[in-house]
Write a protein that binds this ligand. Sequence first.
Ligand code: SAM
Length: 212
Amino acid sequence: MRLRNIKGADEAVLKSPCCIQSPQKHKGLWQDYFGGRNPVHIEIGMGKGQFIMALAKQRPQINYLGIERYTSVLLRALQKTEPDPPANLRFLCIDARTLSDIFACGEVKRIYLNFSDPWPKDRHAKRRLTSAPFLQIYDQILDPSGTLEFKTDNRGLFDFSLEEIPAAGWRIDAFTRDLHHDPTMNEGNIMTEYEEKFSAAGNPIFKLVASR
Ligand code: SAM
């Protein structure tokens, strides 16, 4: 996502009660942070947060952490959730490369990747959020019975992911090349901002679910 730097975004994220500062200090303690024993699900690259905010409202028995690396993007999510964020939703302004500093082994029950940047050039393949280096990080933080759910409209990134994920030792449990016309996989689907935009433009939406 290309976005100009928004003046004041860094400060807004720093002082927001919805954003967790120094998330490393909660490593291994995320359930305690939220109180109770509810599972923790994360969305990596949440953008403006429409998807995770809707999920959090729909499923109060799950704790959600939305992850976004740019304050200028995260600011848009804060403007929508403040001053009264759902108790089961918080945001982290971090790069996904640092996830294993923030979550203990197996601490996350589900990972959502939605419309991740495609990085089409071969030399940038390692930056794709479904590439082997990221899968290795997810392997550390995801519960052994946890799942990875990935949606995109980008055929190249989807085909890459369908090869890369099994090559890293994961199993593809289900996939579709036309989510919105797949009654099983589309059941309960919540659209992201990008999903609304691309499907309105006539693009089919691809989705896969993977586990180990
Ligand atoms: N998920 C949203 C949607 O579907 O509408 C936003 C999609 S946008 C194309 C991808 C987002 O992922 C951007 O906001 C980008 O800043 C974020 N992102 C990309 N790489 C990331 C990383 N390594 N760590 C955290 N966020 C990342």
